[in-house]
Design a protein around this ligand. Structure first.
Ligand SMILES: [Zn+2]
Ligand SMILES: [Zn+2]
Length: 166
């Protein structure tokens, strides 16, 4: 099949094993378009596009945030021992067993999903986060404990006050 070209679209549904351990909560299927070509004997080139969205907690305040899941990637599968300089560029190179009758793309897709995902989602750049002391969402409310956190002078004052019984 040298010179061949294969195109396929997949839908990665929520709960698909491929998404196991994925930190983004997927509610709608993620679309995956792949194209596999076989430019020369023993070399297969996979071009893929991932497109979808999911829900992730804001890194600071934990409010659910919708995030884009989007990536384009290229993976070269090659029989071992081939001249690997043939394919230049920074795409991933995966060696395959010449006896294999199929190309496993799951791992490549999983890698891309995990690597390319924004794992530090923020509900907004100005998000104030959660008060580490009382747990109040500081975007919605204010609290009085901010000063106490990590300020040694304040702690000294507190113990002084306790001692004098005020
Ligand atoms: Zn936030
Ligand atoms: Zn607080």
């Amino acid at each position: 099949m040298v010179g061949g070209r294969l195109r396929k679209t997949f839908a990665i549904a929520p709960g698909d094993p491929l998404l196991g351990g994925y930190p983004v909560e997927v509610r709608e299927p993620i679309r995956l378009d792949v194209e596999l070509t076989n430019p020369t004997h023993g070399t297969y080139v996979l071009t893929g596009a991932i497109e979808g969205s999911g829900i992730e907690p804001c890194r600071r305040c934990l409010t659910p945030v919708e995030v884009e899941v989007e990536d384009r990637f290229r993976v070269v599968y090659q029989y071992p021992g081939r001249d690997q300089d043939e394919e230049t560029g920074d795409e991933d190179l995966v060696l395959i067993d010449p006896g294999a009758d199929r190309i496993e793309i799951d791992e490549a897709v999983r890698d891309r999903l995990f690597v390319e995902t924004e794992l530090y989602a923020l509900c907004s750049d100005e998000c104030r986060g959660i008060c580490p002391s009382c747990g109040a969402n500081l975007n919605e409310t204010t609290c009085d404990c901010e000063v106490a956190v990590g300020d040694a002078r304040w702690h000294a004052l507190e113990s002084l006050r306790r001692r004098t019984g005020e």
